[in-house]
Ligand binder design. Structure first.
Ligand SMILES: NC(=O)c1ccc[n+]([C@@H]2O[C@H](COP(=O)([O-])OP(=O)(O)OC[C@H]3O[C@@H](n4cnc5c(N)ncnc54)[C@H](O)[C@@H]3O)[C@@H](O)[C@H]2O)c1
Length: 257
């Protein structure tokens, strides 16, 4: 029997056009959620919505919403779109993110700022706009941290810094809003097949010794599917996670065990 933990629940999933966000939108719809599936990329988002709708449980709905989470007005507009459509918000899954790899001493300021703007500031903007509604529903936030939040991942300084900050942000919100009944948790994926991992490029002039460092971030059990992470997002966003807040769950096939 499929779980039906999200019947009559309204959920926003960012990054829904690809990878973990796409799998999360599909998973939540399959559990009966009304999902506002959001992403900056319109074409791929439509395909995600069609896929999620095909597997949606009775009562499940999925609508596309194109927005850049790093833009203050667009982030607020994303929350407003869900609340205007369904009258409430029960969970916000902040999955959107981007990765740029470069030697740190060669990282230009625009690259650094864009990664921080999307991964960290975008998550803040979404949470800020969602919190009044989540306080009303005693809802949940699930943020996307990373194994790079806690372990050294070379050539990813901006990305890892943004994800380390997501861990701190998640802990802070969990304590700040616990009395209002809002739970705030995060996932820390690693070695999961997605747009980010398919397109990752390491500096092309790596020495043999530097090349060995790549193993630090590769799972000994191979890559996982985005659905393997979506199931954990669903747990954290659902009542099954009701006694969990301020937790960051590593899902990396044992890479950092
Ligand atoms: N795949 C992994 O192994 C892994 C590991 C650690 C963390 N993560 C995190 O998981 C999350 C999902 O990534 P993924 O692996 O599915 O990658 P992905 O590239 O498949 O998906 C990321 C999505 O975010 C969207 N996005 C990027 N910038 C955006 C913006 N400004 N506004 C709105 N949407 C935007 C992209 O268009 C894309 O659809 C990210 O936060 C990523 O950092 C993934």
């Amino acid at each position: 029997m499929p779980l039906e933990r999200f019947t009559d629940r309204v959920v926003i999933v960012t990054g829904a056009a690809s990878g973990i966000g796409r799998a999360t939108a599909a998973r939540l719809a399959a559990e009966g959620a009304k999902v506002l599936a959001s992403d900056i990329t319109a074409d791929a988002l439509d395909a995600s919505v069609a896929e999620a709708l095909a597997g949606a449980a009775p009562g499940g709905e999925v609508v596309a919403h194109v927005a850049d989470i790093s833009d203050e007005d667009q982030a607020a507009g994303t929350i407003a779109a869900a609340v205007e459509r369904w009258g409430r918000l029960d969970a916000l899954c902040n999955i959107a993110g981007m990765l740029k790899t470069v030697r740190t001493h060669e990282c230009d300021l625009d690259t650094w700022k864009r990664v921080i703007d999307v991964n960290l500031t975008g998550t803040f903007l979404m949470c800020r706009a969602a919190l009044p509604h989540l306080i009303e529903s005693r809802g949940a936030i699930v943020n996307a941290a990373s194994t790079s939040s806690f372990f050294g991942h070379p050539w990813m300084a901006a990305y890892a810094s943004s994800k380390g900050a997501i861990a701190a942000f998640t802990h802070t919100l969990a304590v700040e809003y616990c009395k209002e009944g809002v739970r705030v948790n995060a996932i820390a994926p690693g070695s999961v097949t997605s747009g980010i991992t398919n397109n990752v490029e390491f500096p092309d002039d790596l020495t043999k010794d530097e090349g060995k460092l790549v193993r630090r971030i590769m799972s000994p059990t191979g890559f996982g599917d985005a659905a393997d992470v979506a199931s954990v997002v669903a747990l954290l966003a659902s009542d099954d996670g009701r006694h969990m807040t301020g937790e960051i769950i590593r899902i990396d096939g044992g890479t950092h065990a």
